[in-house]
Design a protein around this ligand. Sequence first.
Ligand code: NAI
Length: 339
Amino acid sequence: MLSRVAIKRCFSQTSINPYKVSVLGACGGIGQPLSLLLKLNPKVTALNLYDLKNAKGVATDLSHIPTNSTVKGFSADEPDGLHNSLKGSDLVIIPAGVPRKPGMTRDDLFNINAGIVYDLAKETAKAAPNACVLIISNPVNSTVPIVAEVFKSSGTYNPKKLFGVTTLDSIRSARFLSELTQTDPTKDKRINIIGGHSGVTIIPLLSQDNLASTKLSAQQQKDLIHRIQFGGDEVVKAKNGAGSATLSMAQAGSKFADAVLRGLAGEENVIEPSFIDSPLLKDEGIDFFAQSVKLGPNGIKEILPIGQLSNEELELLTACKESLKKNINKGKEFVQNKK
Ligand code: NAI
């Protein structure tokens, strides 16, 4: 039989760095598998699930999994449901909103998702002003600026704690590259991807990758860049009206959330790409950019340089900047028009 002291010790060992995580939009195609993966993450000790409805059912289901976290569900139809789901959270993940159907671009989602993200950000700024906020809802290039503007209005904006989740682009790149080179996808270093999170704003820097730049022909490189930029369309087409990437996105979101938590816990050298408030192109009027960041106890510890670009990649950057600027301004203007 374990003594009381031993039991306490066991418990405290598993609850080192306890983190409270809220998922807004937790009952959707991404929200459910993402919440499952978060329930399996030992760093998460409290998991709050919020959705328009059904969050209590999903929470109860997950709560039976024997890991070291409590799970609670909150719905829009209960008083202060959103506020209570957010209170005291260290990490808020937002996959709420509608996904794409065939023929739609991420930008086509703006009219619906901008309002959803705006409302959720407003409450997050009040109830969890110090949380790291991870935005999955598309179009990420516009929803991240929306959240930044909302937090600025409430006087609680911390650019080191706002992240657009672009991890899916990089995990896809690792998989696609491994298919072309017959290498282990779990061992490959992921390709450095910069820019934004839609179509031509996604710039995979193949020239910086030893495998891609030496083993692939020029045509293969061109095709790979296109596949990474438009990989989401493959899923949208195959699902044929039933939505966009959910399972691979949940894995990507969980991976990124884990990285942020590892940073908060003081782990060194945690590096992930993300769409962030970056000084890189501010003098060209582009306030947000996707690039690798080192994560730390206060969110972003360091924004890493993008490295050298080939001439072809500089051309991709020119196309990216044009779209990205429009996407970012659309988000900012949306919030200005609300005032
Ligand atoms: P879904 O429709 O399956 O789920 C969305 C969930 O959000 C639903 O449960 C819905 O009830 C909930 N919701 C809607 N309005 C809400 C509100 N005001 N408050 C709380 N919850 C609300 O959609 P899915 O497939 O989960 O996609 C969600 C979003 O993620 C979409 O915008 C999609 O484009 C985006 N996405 C982002 C990716 C990325 O790489 N960042 C990749 C794939 C999708």
